[in-house]
Design a protein around this ligand. Structure first.
Ligand SMILES: [Zn+2]
Length: 1012
């Protein structure tokens, strides 16, 4: 997102014009200390410098110091693809070429030793770096060592915070910071997190940054009402307490809101992309403007300084893809600094301006040694005007959002098998396999214009291409690893199109095998579903026992379409696989056929599906879900579920703002029903009971209960959304219950901790609600729930979506959107998705629980969803992996299961003989009172894994770029009282204790066993 095309929008959100400097509380600013004291401070300064801050510039303690941060914001794809941005092609779309930016910046830094610059996006920097000569690399290393080129954030990308899952955030940050560690060592380690463009900020992001070892965090975009108040009240900078479970200061992060998003002050943009006048200091020139500009700058700086608490303030001198001709910027900044500081000497001005960096600015704030107020909610939703809520992108491009989540699942499977099988996974009978391409593609997808759905269509297509290309080398790796671990070289194939019931091996072979790999650290059961051609099948497990199976014929509403699916029940070992054999038989095996289609008012008996745990009843008249019973917990709740659509605004007399890729703005508060009734069909077999609901030609759903399943599955299919009436549509699935929820509902933060939301309310300011629907939407990464204090209704999602509770007892999720106009945030395309992404299928998992049992239900199910089993097919009868070996049809990578509260977050190759291991407590403090799953848990890592031995274990920070024992973070004093630094936990591989919500990261040296 950039300033150029959006000048009016940014102005709308810019509070500088609206703030009243006279009302700010000047008393809060520390008085300027006497000179003798300053002298002592100066003497003390060098010794007081913390690691990483030694190279910071000298400031003037008795003046207002303006830290100029020269920077460029380089989106890893937005209006152009990643490669188009890097090389500078398609400049007709947007003038931008990152390779030239880096060339130009490095030359400019080398030309003048006072200049400084920060760089952020490692996806671009690493590519540029690998194309440089040794001499250039050495010169850049010197600049980094001197603190003149500083890396901020240092992730592969600057990730989105609303549509991202925490596992993928950790992975992408690890990838970027690993590059910096390898190329520059400790000199290149960013001290500051820098999310200047993401459209709202999650609390989990701050918690993760704190756990990654960052000293501070700077952001650009927050709600305009929130910003105005902070500006007035000198609360632009605070300590963010980002976890309710982790002991402070573990998840405390100093957080600063930048004054002007990430742009320079008006009139002071000296890029080739800007139109501002350069500084002309030759008084004889008719273009002379130096004096006026310096005065203007002094006013700007002083005014801004009033709104921050220390005698330091920061100005971001750069913006989107700027510094392609870095000399323009630096030449003018050199002059500005010289003229302002000369003037200060000549006229007694008390403004000192300097080249600085976010870390050096932060360092000065830290040295000010103030007590800072504490924030413990988040920065969602983000609005930059009364009718401009950026809550549409929570749901934009649902197909891409699902593909990203599915790729996360596949990458973890790939990483695990690479770790379990060792080098045999990389080079084996199927060629060279690798996890790195998918790891990089996934990192790119976390960018704030990628998974957010806010890029142009051709860029979204390119993101999908990168994922698809990443899957290939992982599939080779999986083949190698499965052959090694099973001892049999099979013709493995992956059915990537199972979601549309296409899988050639199961549809053509009379005999095949199905290997199902479970990436969880505990045993799971899964009902495997494969499309088949006509026939009966016999399924046996790895020990030759017949397993329960069935063929279901889809009760298609179209009589031409007769799809059949084989279902069988698979019991899977922890971190391992079972191989099942499937044989087509001629014998009579009973098959399930659907009964006659039900039409409205046809019969009086109830339409219901039921298993041991759940009973779901449907309304005979409407065909909608009517009631759910949790038989175990003896709960009965009327629940009505149906699809609706909001009529997307195209602007009105109040505001020209319409709904688009970023913005959600419905025309009316009340959505329209897709249909007032659904045509239904019922299927009942031994393994599954399903109600097929057809709402319209473009909206249908299967409500499903598998045997033994404690939740109801709603598999919806929506699209292509019809827009022949010229109305853009935003489609929701809504659940209505009589629960008295008192305006409250709950959403997860990046799939991890839970935040309470209140309708028409913000925890830190008196909200003036101007959009009663869009202004109550929040990101839902994995779950949303409502409760009356006794009963909880939870919906788990299979991708990120926007959600809300707009009436008590009700909750809704936006599943798809098709819009006919652009929303003026720079994309300049309506979100139509006429081709790819037009038709979307997804699943909502519905849980009904008593409150005390609810967390156990949704935590464990969410883990199972995000790390779902991987199904691999083969004809069977492959050659032995090595002569004389016995093939193995069942395998577990663990010698014992992990306890249910522990998630194996990461198991991946780190080096030739090292693995990266992350263990996570997946329950929050006090969350589970039923089974005591919120208690600390202790694990023994010795002999935990079956294929390798851990010979040495080191504990690191979350991103593995520092040893935990020696990691140091700046200390801040929160208003709630100082939080004592916590000692690093004792590292005993035989007793690794995890506190609620704690993630512990290890680099393990390992030896793979010859044959396990
Ligand atoms: Zn951006």
């Amino acid at each position: 997102m950039g300033p150029g095309e959006l000048a009016w929008v940014i102005r709308a959100g810019d509070c500088r014009g609206a703030a009243e400097p006279g009302t700010s509380s000047r008393a809060l600013r520390p008085p300027i200390p006497p000179v003798s004291f300053l002298f002592l401070l100066l003497l003390a300064a060098p010794g007081a410098r913390a690691a990483g801050y030694e190279t910071c510039p000298r400031v003037q303690p008795n003046m207002l110091n303006v830290h100029l941060v020269a920077h460029t914001h380089d989106d890893v794809g937005w209006l152009k693809t990643v490669d188009q941005y890097f090389y500078g092609t398609r400049n007709n779309i947007q003038h931008a070429g990152v390779q030239y930016i880096l060339d130009s910046v490095i030359s400019s830094l080398l030309a003048e030793p006072t200049r400084r610059f920060i760089y952020v996006e490692i996806a671009f920097f690493s590519r540029w770096w690998h194309q440089q000569t040794n001499e250039t690399q050495e010169a850049v290393r010197n600049l980094v060592r001197q603190g003149r080129l500083e890396f901020a954030n240092g992730g592969w990308v600057m990730n989105d915070e609303a549509a991202t899952h925490y596992g993928a955030i950790v992975d992408q940050m690890t990838l970027g910071l690993r590059f910096l560690e390898d190329a520059f060592g400790n000199d290149g380690r960013p001290r500051v997190a820098w999310h200047i463009d993401p459209f709202g900020h999650s609390r989990e992001q701050a918690s993760l940054f704190a756990q990654m070892g960052f000293d501070g965090f700077f952001l650009g975009r927050i709600d305009y009402q929130d910003k105005l108040l902070r500006w007035k009240n000198l609360e632009m900078e605070q300590v963010w307490r980002a976890s309710t479970s982790l002991t402070p200061p573990t998840a405390d992060l100093f957080t600063g809101v930048l004054p002007n998003n990430y742009n320079p002050p008006e009139r002071l943009c000296w890029d080739v992309l800007c139109k501002d006048k350069p500084i002309v200091e030759d008084a004889r020139s008719p273009e002379y403007n130096a004096k006026a500009l310096v005065n203007y700058f002094l006013n700007q700086a002083t005014e801004q300084g009033w709104h921050y608490r220390t005698n330091h303030t920061v100005m971001t001198m750069g913006s989107d893809f700027q510094y392609e001709n870095a000399n323009m910027w630096f030449k003018n900044l050199d002059k500005l600094i010289r003229l302002v500081n000369e003037q200060q000497q000549a006229n007694g001005s008390r403004v000192n301006v300097l080249y600085s960096t976010p870390a050096c600015y932060l360092w000065e704030l830290n040295k000010a040694n103030l007590t800072w107020s504490v924030k413990d909610d988040d920065f969602f939703p983000y609005a930059d005007g009364a009718h401009m809520f950026w809550t549409g992108y929570f749901s934009s491009r649902p197909a891409l959002k699902r593909y990203e989540r599915l790729s996360y699942n596949f990458l973890q499977v790939c990483n695990q098998l690479e770790a379990l099988a060792g080098p045999a996974a990389n080079v084996g009978p199927y060629g060279t396999g690798a996890s790195a391409p998918l790891n990089e593609a996934m990192a790119v997808l976390q960018h704030h214009d990628a998974v957010s759905g806010t890029s142009k269509q051709h860029v979204a297509d390119d993101y999908a291409r990168q994922l698809a290309e990443g899957w290939g080398p992982c599939e080779v790796l999986l083949r190698n690893a499965l052959a090694r671990l099973s001892g049999s070289k099979e013709d493995f194939s992956f059915c990537r199109e199972l979601n549309i019931s296409i899988c050639p091996p199961s549809q053509t072979l009379k005999k095949f095998q199905v290997t199902v790999y479970n990436p969880l650290g505990r045993k799971v059961n899964k009902t495997v579903r494969l499309p088949v051609q006509d026939g009966n099948f016999l399924v046996k497990d790895s020990s030759g026992r017949i397993v329960l199976s069935d063929v279901v014929i889809h009760p298609s509403f179209d009589l031409e379409d007769h799809r059949e699916e084989l279902l069988f029940f698979a019991s899977l070992p922890a971190l391992g696989f079972n191989t099942f054999s499937v044989t087509q038989t001629s014998g009579k095996i009973p098959r399930s056929r659907f009964p006659q289609p039900s039409s409205r008012n046809s019969g009086t008996h109830t339409l219901a599906i039921e298993n041991k745990y759940i009973r779901a009843t449907f309304d005979r008249d409407t065909g909608f879900l009517r009631e759910i019973m949790n038989k175990d917990q003896k709960l009965l709740l009327p629940v009505s579920q149906a699809f609706f659509w909001y009529n997307a605004s195209t602007g009105d007399s109040e505001s020209s703002q319409g709904s688009g890729a970023y913005i959600f703005r419905p025309k009316q508060e009340e959505p329209f029903p897709v249909s007032r009734w659904a045509q239904t069909r019922l299927v009942k077999t031994a393994l599954v009971q399903e109600v097929y609901q057809n709402f319209s030609a473009w909206c249908s759903q299967v409500v499903r209960l598998y045997q033994g399943q404690r939740y109801l599955e709603l598999e919806w299919t929506v699209g292509p959304i019809p827009v022949g009436d010229a109305w853009g549509k935003e489609v929701i699935s809504r659940f209505d219950t009589p629960l008295d929820t008192k305006g409250q509902f709950y959403t997860d933060s990046n799939g991890r901790e839970i935040l309470m939301r209140r309708r028409n309310y913000r925890p830190t300011w008196n909200l003036n609600q101007t959009e009663p629907v869009a202004g109550n939407y929040y990101p839902v990464n994995s779950r949303i729930y409502i409760t009356d204090g006794k009963t909880q209704l939870t919906v788990l999602t299979d991708r990120s979506q926007g959600g809300s509770s707009l009436k008590d007892g009700s909750l809704e999720l936006m599943v798809h959107r098709k819009l006919l106009i652009d929303d003026f945030r720079g994309v300049e395309e309506p979100l139509r998705e006429d081709w790819s992404g037009a038709w979307v299928r997804g699943r909502h998992l519905l849980l009904l629980d008593r409150n005390r049992q609810a967390a156990a239900g949704h935590r464990l199910l969410a883990e199972k969803e995000v790390l779902a089993p991987q199904v691999v097919l083969a004809p069977g009868g492959g050659a032995l992996y090595r002569p004389g070996a016995t093939p193995r049809k069942q395998f577990s990578g663990l010698n014992r299961e992990l306890p249910p509260s522990v998630r194996l977050l990461t198991l991946a190759r780190w080096g030739p003989e090292t693995l990266l291991l992350r263990l996570e407590h997946q329950f929050a403090t006090g969350e589970d009172s039923g089974r005591n799953l919120s208690s600390p848990v202790t694990l023994d890592l010795k002999d935990l894994f079956s294929t390798f031995t851990i010979t040495h274990l080191q504990e690191t920070t979350l991103v593995a770029n520092q040893l935990r024992a020696s990691a140091f973070r700046l200390k801040w004093t929160p208003a709630t009282g100082p939080a004592p630094a916590l000692p690093a936990p004792v590292l005993d591989p035989a007793a690794i204790t995890l506190q609620p919500m704690e993630i512990r990261t290890f680099v393990a040296s390992v030896q793979w066993k010859e044959d396990s």
